[in-house]
Design a protein. Structure first.
Length: 666
C-alpha cells in the first residue's frame, strides 16, 4: 500500500524543490525485500477542473515524466516505512504555470521471501466471476500507487480570483440528538475565523441547550470576538426549504432574528442574518436585503462554460452561488465518472490549490469571485482552510460581505432558474408537525406559568422543541418524530400532575357555604393555581375564584365560598387554571344536591321548640302550686316574718331608752 502523506511547498517556484513524503505498508503475508517506489508526473497542465479531477482515475491518464526512484527498506508482513522524494522544479519540465498531477507507484520484486525462508512469486488477484461469490484474497505482494498534485507558479500576469470560504458551525444530526459532543468541534471551527477569507456562519442554538455549561458559553465568546466576520444561521439552522413549503415565512424570519440577537449578546463582530440556507428549495424574491446562499445545483448548466462568478442577483435580490466542485474537495471527496474518491488530508490541500489555479487559468483576466462552504459536519481540521488559501498568489481571500458587494454589478439570473432545486419532501418537517409542535409548546408554557421553577419540569424533548425545524433532522426524521411524540406525552403528564380531589357527591343545605375540595400537586416544584367553579344553572354561584398555592409533592385543602339559591340537583365543574385564567386541563364534574330551605326549616323548628318548652315550664309551675296549696304556706310565712320584724324593733327601742343621750348607743 502506497500513500502520499504530504507535499510541500504548496506553491512550487523557480529554484524550489518538490518534497513528497510517502508511506509504504506491506499488506501481504510475505516479507518484501528490494522493493522501490517511483515518482512520476503528468506531462501537461489541465485547463479545466474536470480534467484536473480526472487525474484521480488511475486509468484516465498516464504519468509521462519520470522523476525519481527510491528504495524501500525490507518490510515484514504488516510493516510500514516512509520515504521522501526531493525533486527540483526544473525536472518537472513545466511549460506554463498551473497544476500537474504526480504519481507514486511501488515496484515489487519478482520474488519475495516468506517467513520460513521459501520464495513466492506474486500473482494477480483472482478475477471476480459473476455468481461465484467473492474471490479468494491473494497473499502475494502486488504493486500499488497513489496520486496527488503540485502547482507551478512563474509569476504570470493574471488577475487574482477572489475566493471565500464559509464555515457553517451547527450541530450534526448525531450531536443534535444527544445534545452533547459538539463543544470541541464547535470551538475548532470557531478558531478558524481569524484566517483570511473565512466567514463564520454560526448557529447559536446549541449554546442555549440546558446541557450547555456556562464555561462553554464563556469559551465561545473570545473566539467569536476575534473572528474577521460572523454571519448568523437561522436558529438551529432551520430547514427553510421545508418552512417555505409549509408556508411559514414567520418561522424563517423569526429564526434569523433570534440567531442574530443571540450572537450580538455573545459579542460577535457582526451579526448579519442569513434568512436562506445553503441549499434552499425555493427562493422568495422580495425586497429583503439579506443575501441568499444557493447551490450550483439550483442553477441549471452552471458549469457549462467553465467556472462562473459566485455573485449574482436573483429576482433583484443579492445571492451567492456556492461552488459545488470545490465544496466536494473541502468535504474530502471528488466525483470522477460517477465514482466517488475519498481524499486524504494531503490530497485535499493540494487539490484545493490546484482547483483555484485552474479557475484562474480558465480566464486569467476575469476576477470572478468563488465562494465555497465547508460541510456542516466538518471536523474542524484547519489544513485546507487556514493554511492553503493565503499561500496562493493567484487568490485574493474575501469574506462573504465582500463577495456580496460584488453582486451590485452582477447579472440577474432570475427566479426561474431555481425551479430545479431540491424537493423539500423526503425527511423534511411538515406543516402538520410544525403546528403540533406549536401546540405542545403552548400547552407547556401554560403549565410552566403556574410553577415556581419551570426548569424542574422541563424534559430534554420539551427544552428542544424549538430545534424541531432543524435541517439536520432530514438525516434522521424518525428521531424528530419520536421527540415530538415524547414532548406531547410529557406535557399531558405534567398537566395530569395538577389535579382536584373532591367527593363524588356534595350535599349543600345552606345559602352561603364553602365547597370542599383538595388540590394535589405531584410536580417537583411549587405551583399556584386558580380554582373556579361553574354550575349548570344560576342556583349555585361561586363568590370568587380562589388562588391556591400547593407545595411540591403535596396536597392543600381548600374551601371555596359559594352561594346557593333554592334547591335541586345540579352538576358543578371544577376547573384549575393559571392565575390569568388559562385552563390547565378539562374540568372535573361533581354532582351537587342543594337543599337551601332546610336551614330555614331547622331554625323555625328550633324556635318553636323553645316556645313550647317555655310554656310547658310555666304550666308545670302553676299546676304544682295548686296541688300543694302554696298560698297558705306563703301566708303563714308572711305572718312569721312580720312578728320577727316587730320583735327586732322593740329590742332596738329598749337599747335606745337605756343608754345616755349622746352616748355610744345613740
Amino acid at each position: 500500500d502506497v500513500e502520499i502523506m504530504e507535499v510541500w511547498p504548496a506553491v512550487l517556484r523557480e529554484g524550489d524543490a518538490a518534497n513528497v513524503r510517502v508511506r509504504v505498508t506491506n499488506r501481504s503475508e510475505e516479507r518484501i525485500e528490494g522493493a522501490t517506489v517511483e515518482l512520476a508526473a503528468q506531462g501537461w497542465t489541465p485547463n479545466t477542473r474536470f480534467t484536473l479531477h480526472r487525474w484521480l482515475d488511475p486509468d484516465a491518464y498516464i504519468a509521462a515524466v519520470d522523476l525519481a526512484e527510491l528504495s524501500v527498506p525490507t518490510l515484514g508482513p504488516g510493516a510500514t516505512a516512509e520515504v521522501r522524494f526531493e525533486v527540483p522544479a526544473a525536472d518537472f519540465r513545466f511549460d506554463t504555470w498551473g497544476p500537474r498531477g504526480i504519481q507514486v507507484e511501488s515496484v515489487v520484486p519478482e520474488t519475495t521471501e516468506t517467513d520460513d525462508g521459501a520464495t513466492a512469486t506474486p500473482s494477480a488477484p483472482t478475477p471476480e466471476i459473476p455468481g461465484a461469490g467473492e474471490p479468494a484474497p491473494s497473499t502475494a505482494a502486488l504493486p500499488d500507487r497513489d496520486r496527488s498534485w503540485v502547482t507551478w507558479w512563474n509569476e504570470p500576469e493574471i488577475t487574482p480570483v477572489p475566493v471565500g470560504v464559509l464555515v457553517p458551525i451547527t450541530p450534526t444530526t448525531t450531536e443534535l440528538a444527544s445534545a452533547a459532543g459538539w463543544e470541541d468541534r464547535y470551538s475548532r471551527l470557531l478558531s478558524q475565523g481569524t484566517a483570511p477569507g473565512v466567514t463564520l456562519l454560526v448557529d447559536p442554538a446549541p449554546l442555549s441547550l440546558p446541557s450547555t455549561s456556562p464555561a462553554t458559553r464563556d469559551s465561545v465568546q473570545p473566539l467569536l470576538g476575534t473572528a474577521a466576520e460572523v454571519w448568523s444561521l437561522p436558529w438551529a439552522w432551520a430547514d427553510t426549504a421545508a418552512l417555505q413549503a409549509a408556508e411559514r415565512p414567520d418561522l424563517i424570519a423569526g429564526a434569523a432574528i433570534r440567531s442574530a440577537d443571540e450572537l450580538a449578546q455573545l459579542g460577535a463582530p457582526s451579526t448579519n442574518p442569513i434568512e436562506g440556507t445553503i441549499d434552499p428549495s425555493r427562493a422568495v424574491a422580495d425586497a429583503d436585503p439579506s443575501p441568499l446562499l444557493i447551490s450550483a445545483d439550483s442553477v441549471p448548466g452552471w458549469y457549462a462554460t467553465g467556472t462562473p462568478g459566485a455573485a449574482v442577483m436573483v429576482g433583484g435580490r443579492p445571492a451567492v452561488v456556492l461552488d459545488t466542485l470545490l465544496g466536494e474537495v473541502l468535504a474530502g471527496t471528488a466525483v470522477v465518472a460517477d465514482t466517488t474518491h475519498l481524499l486524504t488530508a494531503s490530497q485535499q490541500r493540494q487539490l484545493t490549490a490546484a482547483t483555484t489555479a485552474v479557475t484562474v487559468r480558465e480566464d486569467p483576466d476575469l476576477a470572478r469571485p468563488v465562494l465555497v462552504s465547508l460541510s456542516p459536519d466538518d471536523d474542524g481540521a484547519p489544513n485546507h482552510v487556514t493554511t492553503v488559501l493565503p499561500e496562493l498568489p493567484w487568490v485574493t481571500p474575501v469574506t462573504l460581505s465582500e463577495a456580496v458587494a460584488l453582486t451590485s454589478t452582477a447579472p440577474d439570473v432570475g427566479v426561474q432558474v431555481l425551479d430545479s432545486a431540491e424537493d423539500p419532501s423526503g425527511g423534511a418537517v411538515t406543516a402538520g408537525q410544525l403546528g403540533e409542535a406549536a401546540d405542545v409548546e403552548g400547552r407547556f408554557e401554560v403549565v410552566a406559568s403556574v410553577v415556581e421553577n419551570p426548569a424542574a419540569i422541563t424534559t430534554p424533548e420539551l427544552a428542544q422543541l424549538d430545534l424541531l425545524a432543524a435541517r439536520a433532522w432530514r438525516a434522521d426524521p424518525a428521531e424528530r418524530d419520536r421527540r415530538l411524540a415524547v414532548a406531547s406525552d410529557a406535557v399531558a403528564d405534567l398537566r395530569g400532575k395538577l389535579s382536584v380531589i373532591t367527593p363524588a357527591n356534595v350535599l349543600m343545605v345552606s345559602e352561603s357555604s364553602n365547597f370542599p375540595l383538595t388540590v394535589s400537586n405531584e410536580l417537583a416544584t411549587d405551583a399556584t393555581v386558580l380554582v373556579s367553579l361553574t354550575a349548570t344553572d344560576l342556583r349555585l354561584q361561586q363568590v370568587e375564584p380562589q388562588l391556591v398555592t400547593v407545595p411540591a409533592g403535596s396536597e392543600v385543602r381548600g374551601d371555596i365560598p359559594v352561594t346557593a339559591v333554592g334547591s335541586g340537583d345540579l352538576t358543578v365543574e371544577i376547573l384549575l387554571s393559571t392565575p390569568d385564567g388559562q385552563p390547565l386541563g378539562d374540568g372535573l364534574p361533581v354532582e351537587v344536591r342543594m337543599r337551601a330551605e332546610w336551614e330555614n326549616t331547622a331554625m323555625l323548628g328550633l324556635i318553636g321548640l323553645g316556645v313550647v318548652s317555655f310554656g310547658f315550664g310555666i304550666f308545670r309551675t302553676v299546676r304544682r302550686n295548686v296541688r300543694e296549696d302554696r298560698s297558705a304556706v306563703l301566708e303563714e310565712a308572711r305572718e312569721q316574718y312580720e312578728v320577727h320584724l316587730a320583735e327586732l324593733e322593740e329590742a332596738r327601742m329598749a337599747r335606745w331608752s337605756a343608754g345616755p343621750r349622746g352616748g355610744p348607743g345613740e
